[in-house]
Design a protein around this ligand. Structure first.
Ligand code: 5CA
Ligand code: ZN
Length: 477
């Protein structure tokens, strides 16, 4: 990692900006010599820890964290036919132990249904064991053939949070789907990332699911990124893996299941949604450094200023704030650049004049400058952090609103998907979705859209003219 100055490509060239920012801000090194595998730098890893800490905190309310093996025997992976059909082209296989071929080859999990459900078969006995809600945060492997991109499309997903639940009835599982959607909504709210929730068309659902609900956000270039999915698995897997329970009448019943997952795409979305031409912009809740203190020691009184900065650092740390005092022997401008690149929400400048007037100069990562009295500094800083978080939410909402258009026909649709996503009436037929896709170079991503900021839409299907309801159409990453 080097800190040399030099401009980041402008965010309007999103791809170049994103790739350059990842190493300049110390998130990822993309030079690992296997395609689709990347290395977390310490700063990126600290960000990951905070983001996944927030996700875990939400899950831990009524889920338990567990850990299942990475390797899945071929015999287990192949049991659910839809599932294996969906994943067979993406599986990495372990075929040897040392030089001896294995009797049963072993898959690196592309997802863990077939590692977890044989154990659920053993664990679930009675209705009293239900609901069962477990999750794990693991790496998983998918031999992706589409263009790989750091944090977005990986061959080793390093931060796969997958939850797997078991319920007594289809309806109970459906309630869990709703609960999981609420959970993901609050997770993305906490990151100030507006998301659009919709039901994937049948042909796009998870292999082995009854239906899939997806969470999408809109990237700076107007393309969508699927940042989470929730699947109602019905009894497909419970029938295959024989996950049964004894009901209150003493009869054996097949359970119903759900699963839902989020990967480090949530961090790709975080970086892309909030960052600007000067680097990362991070919500205080997850920023590895929330406040940086820069002593302005030009001229005399150097020791006094350094001591004051240290003192302020200690008192903010004691108040539970993640603080860095940057007393490196560098020009203040170089320090500003360095911490702006890393998205630090607040910079406190402490110079001789601030000491004399009993205050501290505060500059937010969005450029707002003010002063806070030295007495009661903790409260002032906390308020500034909270204000910064809501400013970020407001900015992100503006971005999303500016990139959603409700349209009525193919002509308007083509224009709209060049800039963002569109909502257009669609009748639900596959051939109409295909027609819409071919005419606009985009896809029908979802229906039954549930997001407060997406306007209602119904009318004649943009392809066939029959009665339709609003479908989300966009170009997906
Ligand atoms: N078993 C289910 C739920 S845990 C499952 O695997 N669902 S999934 O295939 O839809 O993946 C869950 C989420 O992981 C996706 O919504 C997407 O956001 C993310 N994801 C999927 N593939 C990749 C990949 N190759 N790189 C990064 N993230 C991915
Ligand atoms: Zn139609």
């Amino acid at each position: 990692m080097d800190d040399e100055q030099g401009a980041l490509p402008g965010k309007e060239d999103f791809s170049a900006w994103y790739n350059e920012l990842l190493w300049r801000a110390g998130i990822m090194d993309v030079r690992y010599p296997v395609k689709g595998l990347y290395v977390w730098f310490p700063f990126g890893f600290a960000l990951r820890r905070n983001v996944y800490g927030a996700l875990r905190a939400l899950l831990d309310v009524d889920h338990e964290e567990a850990l299942f093996p990475l390797l899945i025997p071929e015999t287990e992976l192949a049991r659910e036919s839809e599932h294996i059909k969906g994943f067979e082209d993406e599986v990495y296989w372990v075929t040897h132990g040392g030089t001896s071929p294995l009797d049963v080859k072993l898959a690196l999990r592309p997802t863990s249904e077939c590692a977890i459900y044989p154990m659920y078969h053993l664990w679930v006995r009675s209705h009293a064991d239900l609901p069962l809600r477990l999750y794990q945060v693991v790496n998983s492997f998918r031999y992706e053939t589409k263009h790989t991109r750091p944090l977005i499309r990986l061959r080793e997903i390093t931060s796969f949070k997958e939850a797997h639940t078991v319920h007594a009835s289809w309806e109970d599982a459906e309630c869990q789907v709703a609960e999981a959607i609420r959970l993901y909504q609050s997770f993305y709210d906490s990151l100030s990332i507006p998301v659009i929730i919709s039901k994937r068309p049948d042909w796009d659902k998870f292999p082995g699911a009854d239906y899939t609900i997806a969470v999408d956000t809109i990237m700076p270039d107007g393309r969508t990124l699927q940042v989470g999915t929730v699947h109602h698995l019905g009894d497909h897997f419970s029938k295959t893996f024989s996950i049964t329970y004894e009901d209150v009448n003493g009869e054996q019943q097949f359970a119903c299941q759900t699963c839902y997952g989020i990967s480090e795409r949530c961090i790709a979305a975080l970086i892309s949604m909030h960052g600007d031409d000067r680097g990362l912009v991070l919500p205080p809740s997850v920023a590895p450094v929330q406040v940086v203190i820069v002593p302005i020691t030009i001229g005399r009184r150097k020791e006094e200023v350094t001591a004051a900065a240290e003192d302020i650092g200690q008192c903010l740390t004691a108040a539970g704030i993640r603080v860095k005092v940057d007393s490196r022997d560098l020009r203040p401008g170089a320090k500003y650049y360095y911490w702006e690149m890393r998205g630090v929400p607040l910079r406190l400048e402490v110079g001789p004049r601030d000491i004399d007037s009993g205050q501290v100069t505060v500059v937010t990562r969005l450029g707002d400058k003010s002063t806070i009295p030295r007495a009661g500094l903790e409260d002032g800083v906390c308020a500034a952090l909270a204000g910064f978080a809501s400013a970020l939410t407001g900015r992100a909402m503006e971005h999303i609103r500016a990139h959603i258009r409700v349209v009525q026909n193919i002509g308007e649709l083509s224009a709209a998907v060049g800039r963002g996503v569109a909502i257009v009436p669609w009748c639900g037929k596959k051939e109409c979705a295909d027609f819409i896709g071919e005419s606009t170079n985009a896809s029908v991503l979802g229906t039954e859209i549930r997001s407060a900021f997406v306007p209602e839409c119904r009318g004649p299907c943009a392809a066939c003219g029959e009665e339709g309801t609003g479908a989300l159409v966009g170009r997906a990453y």
